[in-house]
Ligand binder design. Structure first.
Ligand code: ADP
Ligand code: TRP
Length: 341
């Protein structure tokens, strides 16, 4: 922390508030589970943390051509976190567009941020460079993200390396705001850059990503999962040859979600080779996928088909989140002498 923090914060003593943002997209896959979903679920079981998992649907709107997508996929993202065991006890799972304090905060931050700062943002520069006509929404993306963070007095924000500039911007905006009003009002967040390596896709070459079509979905029908796993590219080693697990995509994917036992078994059998070919490894991976995700498919679909129940389960989260947001909002409005009373 480089500057004094607000005295009156909304934190619970002994718990660090961690905020994670996840964009709603189609077809969540094992790579997402490994890199984003599982770490957040694990954090939700840590008694020293208060985790806010926010589905950032507003962030998904910045591309005009895909403006109808976030609304369609939010429920699937929220249902996935709940199904896979995110603990709501002392934590929150929320939808960004349910929190009107966020865009209000974005306005305040936009009034202390220079245009030049946003012009240097990677995502905006990339969009310009590729000949697209960026929307104002895309230009303002870093401000909205900083608002997500400061609206909840977030202390720690775990992100991938690609998000580090956004976190630097959030800190810059906090400093600019606090300096402008002459006292610490907003809480400065700390980025926690995730060490998780990228999971390889079924082509055995590139990172698993739905844009490459090399992904293994989480809750697709069993037949589809089997087909994807059978397509995993392997080398030409025979049934009885010893095989190197580290260079085997089947094993890498097993490592990303399998139980300790399933991982250890596959590793040992591959190394020994004898009587254990890639077909066997794929069969074991299919079984483990079915055990970890397939067995929860019904619960996942239940949430998807009962939006009312999903909303009910999340109601206490939204209530608590809005209480925090209202407190921070009032702090900011007081600092700016806004309002009549
Ligand atoms: P995709 O590449 O399929 O479009 P996203 O970019 O929507 O996936 O990913 C959302 C989050 O999921 C990322 O921020 C990252 O944390 C995680 N993630 C995605 N792909 C991988 C991967 N191959 N390995 C590890 N984590 C991943
Ligand atoms: N920009 C992030 C991404 O693309 C998503 C995000 C939006 C976010 N708001 C956030 C992440 C707040 C952490 C905290 O992955």
């Amino acid at each position: 922390m480089t500057q004094p923090q607000p005295i009156h914060t909304t934190h619970i003593p002994g718990r660090v508030r961690v905020l994670t943002g996840a964009k709603p997209t189609a077809d969540l896959h094992v790579g997402n589970y490994f890199g984003a979903i599982r770490p957040a679920i694990e954090a939700s079981h840590d008694p020293a943390k208060e985790v806010i998992l926010m589905c950032v649907d507003w962030h998904g709107l910045t591309d005009r051509a895909k403006i109808l997508e976030p609304g369609k996929f939010s429920a699937s993202l929220l249902a996935t976190y709940l199904t896979m065991g995110f603990s709501l006890e002392n934590n929150m799972v929320i939808l960004q567009s349910e929190i009107p304090e966020i865009p209000e905060m974005a306005w305040y931050l936009s009034c202390v941020s220079a245009v030049g700062l946003l012009e240097r943002a990677h995502a905006y520069k990339d969009a310009l460079g590729s000949g697209k006509e960026p929307t104002v929404g895309l230009f303002n993306y870093p401000i909205l993200m900083a608002s997500d963070i400061v609206t909840f007095d977030a202390q720690v924000v775990p992100v991938g390396k690609d998000q580090s500039q956004h976190l630097e911007y959030a800190s810059d905006m906090v400093k600019l705001f606090n300096n402008a009003v002459g006292r610490p009002v907003l809480f400065e967040p700390k980025a926690e850059i995730q060490p998780t390596p990228l999971l390889i896709g079924i082509d055995g070459e590139r990172k698993m990503s739905k844009s490459y079509g090399n992904h293994v979905p989480l809750f697709a029908p069993k037949k589809e999962i089997e087909k994807k796993i059978k397509e995993i590219k392997t080398d030409s080693k025979g049934l009885d040859d010893p095989k190197d697990p580290e260079s085997c995509a089947v094993f890498q994917i097993m490592k990303s979600f399998g139980s300790k036992e399933a991982i250890a078994y596959m590793e040992e059998r591959l190394r020994q080779g004898t009587g254990y070919g890639y077909g066997h490894a794929k069969k074991d991976l299919i079984d483990e996928h079915e055990r970890v995700f397939g067995s929860k498919r019904e619960l996942y679909e239940h949430y998807l088909n009962s939006p009312r129940e999903l909303a009910q389960v999340l109601a206490p989260s939204h209530q608590r989140a809005r209480t925090i947001a209202a407190t921070v909002r009032q702090r900011v409005r007081d600092a700016l002498s806004l309002g009549i009373l």
